[in-house]
Design a protein around this ligand. Structure first.
Ligand SMILES: [Mg+2]
Ligand SMILES: [Zn+2]
Length: 181
C-alpha cells in the first residue's frame, strides 16, 4: 500500500507567474494555498511540488537562487513544520527533450519511487494542461486551476484529454479533492 500524494505545480498555481522568477522577492503566493495545503496534509496526503524551471538551462538563474526561492515558498506555506514533503524540478531546456519536463511524467515517476506513492490514489493540481497531461500519464486524478483562462481554453481545445475538475481557485480544488479522495 503506497502513500497518497498531491502533486502541485508551482508557477501560476502556488504563486503568481511573472515568468522565470529569479528573485525570492517576486515569489507571491496565491490566497488559499497555505490553508489548502495544510488541509491536504491533515488528510494524510504527501505534498509534492513539481515544477518546470527551464530558466536554469537558459541561464536566467542558478540552482542556488532556485533553492532560496523554495526556502521562501516553504516558510510562507508553514513556519512550524516541514509541510512540503518534496520539491522536484526540471532544470532542462525544452530542446533537451528530457523525460522530466512536464507534460512528461519524469518528475512524478521520481516522486513515486522515492516516496512510495500510489499514483492511482493521488491527484495533481496545476494551472496548465501540461500539468493535467503529466498527471493523466501517471494515473493521477487531475485538477486544473487556470491562471490565464484564455490561454488554457485554447490548450483544452487542443488536448485529447480532459481534467477531472476545473475551478477558479486553489482552495476550491482542494475541497473537490477531499470530496473525491
Ligand atoms: Mg504553472
Ligand atoms: Zn527535465
Amino acid at each position: 500500500m503506497g502513500n497518497r500524494a498531491i502533486f502541485i505545480d508551482r508557477d501560476g498555481t502556488i504563486n503568481i507567474n511573472f515568468g522565470y522568477i529569479s528573485n525570492p522577492d517576486d515569489f507571491k503566493i496565491y490566497p488559499g494555498v497555505k490553508e489548502g495545503i495544510k488541509l491536504l496534509k491533515e488528510k494524510g496526503f504527501k505534498i509534492v511540488v513539481i515544477t518546470n524551471q527551464s530558466g536554469i538551462a537558459r541561464g536566467y538563474f542558478s540552482e542556488e537562487t532556485l533553492e532560496k526561492i523554495h526556502e521562501k515558498m516553504k516558510s510562507e506555506i508553514s513556519q512550524e513544520e516541514d509541510i512540503i514533503d518534496a520539491i522536484y524540478y526540471c532544470p532542462h531546456h525544452p530542446d533537451e527533450k528530457c523525460n522530466c519536463r512536464k507534460p512528461n511524467p519524469g518528475l512524478i515517476e521520481k516522486a513515486r519511487k522515492n516516496l512510495d506513492i500510489d499514483t492511482k490514489k493521488s491527484f495533481i493540481i496545476g494551472d496548465r494542461m501540461l500539468d493535467v497531461e503529466a498527471g493523466f500519464k501517471t494515473h493521477c486524478k487531475t485538477v486544473l486551476v487556470p491562471e490565464n483562462k484564455e490561454k488554457v481554453n485554447i490548450e483544452m481545445q487542443e488536448s485529447e484529454i480532459e481534467p477531472d475538475y476545473v475551478c477558479d481557485d486553489f482552495y476550491m480544488g482542494v475541497k473537490w479533492i477531499i470530496d473525491n479522495m
